[in-house]
Design a binder for this molecule. Structure first.
Ligand SMILES: Cc1cc2nc3c(=O)[nH]c(=O)nc-3n(C[C@H](O)[C@H](O)[C@H](O)COP(=O)(O)OP(=O)(O)OC[C@H]3O[C@@H](n4cnc5c(N)ncnc54)[C@H](O)[C@@H]3O)c2cc1C
Length: 297
């Protein structure tokens, strides 16, 4: 019997494994190798790893985990989960049946690309979700902001720390007269109409093309497409979730335990607000520590 099976071996899952391995707990990490930021060329804002390719950070972490004999890293997908605290069973796509006393879910989320030609091709290069991750490198350039509701007004205010050349793309949303007046006051033009195409060269945007026939040149586009968890194991387990502006997140308590005893969650999968590598690593570390402490004799 393993102590813990971790499903998803990226920033959150490996951070959990590190704490558990150092506590000499027997742990298996299942991973399919598709971290959310694999489209990005560099990862930013990660102390000690700033501006490194994300896959390099993960490869270095896996290398460091090799020091700990209690940790087993397995390239496999968790297909199903059953059982209860002290007796969970995970079946992998290699038909392996694995048993553990605790589970940590850290399988992340997948961004849902809109059906707009050029969007997916530019994702991570010139269409990005977060200014803390990618704003510094494109500071003072012309940024587009895809409006997704009144919360986008906060993005406009925030982005002024990086640039004063902003254009809002309404993308079919109604923007109230009050918000339009505020945007005008801030010298932020609104491009009405739906985005129908991103014209680009190797992922670098040239224009955002609208169904009104207008093509607007920007250097970078900030957008937060909807996302969904990368697996549905939490649904089959009936775990409680919370709604976020872009999808759902698994609900956890202050010890990162889900609504089912013995199952913990960490990383983007359980982050309703401002997901990041640092937040995922912190949450993973805490999930590992709390899972370990829940097994003390
Ligand atoms: C374009 C882009 C750029 C970004 N840039 C930055 C940045 O510069 N700095 C920053 O801090 N954050 C950045 N982020 C956010 C960052 O990517 C996430 O916060 C982080 O990857 C979340 O880590 P995680 O471990 O929760 O999930 P992920 O990194 O998404 O990893 C989940 C892992 O679980 C695996 N998995 C999924 N299903 C299963 C299953 N059934 N069985 C086994 N394994 C499974 C996946 O293959 C994956 O390896 C960026 C995000 C995007 C989209």
């Amino acid at each position: 019997m393993n102590d813990v099976i971790i499903i998803g071996g990226s920033f959150a899952g490996l951070a959990a494994a590190l704490q558990l391995g150092r506590a000499r707990r027997k742990v298996i990490v299942l991973d399919t190798g598709r971290p959310r930021n694999r489209f990005g060329h560099h990862s930013h804002g990660v102390l000690g790893h700033d501006h490194k390719p994300p896959l390099d950070i993960l490869a270095e972490a896996r290398q460091q985990l090799a020091r700990y004999p209690a940790i087993r890293l397995v390239n496999a997908r968790a297909e199903s989960v059953s059982g209860a605290i002290d007796d969970f069973c995970v079946v992998t796509d290699d038909h392996e049946n694995l048993k553990a006393r605790r589970l940590i879910l850290s399988y992340g989320v997948a961004d849902q690309m809109p059906d707009v030609p050029g969007f997916a091709e530019s994702w991570g290069t010139s269409i990005v979700p977060c200014p803390y991750c990618d704003g510094y490198e494109v500071a003072d350039q012309h940024w587009g902001v895809v409006w997704s509701g009144p919360q986008s007004h906060q993005s406009v205010r925030l982005f002024r720390d990086w640039t004063d050349k902003l254009t809002v793309f309404a993308d079919g949303h109604d923007i109230s007269p009050e918000l339009r007046a505020d945007l005008a006051h801030r010298n932020v033009p609104v491009a009405d109409g739906r985005i129908v195409e991103i014209a680009h060269h190797k992922g670098h945007i040239t224009t955002v093309n609208l169904d009104t026939g207008r093509n607007v040149a920007v250097d970078v586009l900030f957008a937060q497409p909807r996302n969904k968890p990368s697996a549905s194991l939490h649904e089959s387990l009936g775990l409680a979730t919370v709604d976020t502006p872009t999808g759902v997140a698994i609900k956890v308590d202050e010890r990162r335990q889900t609504s089912m005893p013995g199952i913990y969650a960490a990383g983007d999968l359980a982050t309703p607000f401002l997901p990041s590598v640092t937040q995922s690593s912190w949450q993973g570390a805490m999930a590992g520590i709390f899972a370990q402490q829940s097994m003390l004799a």
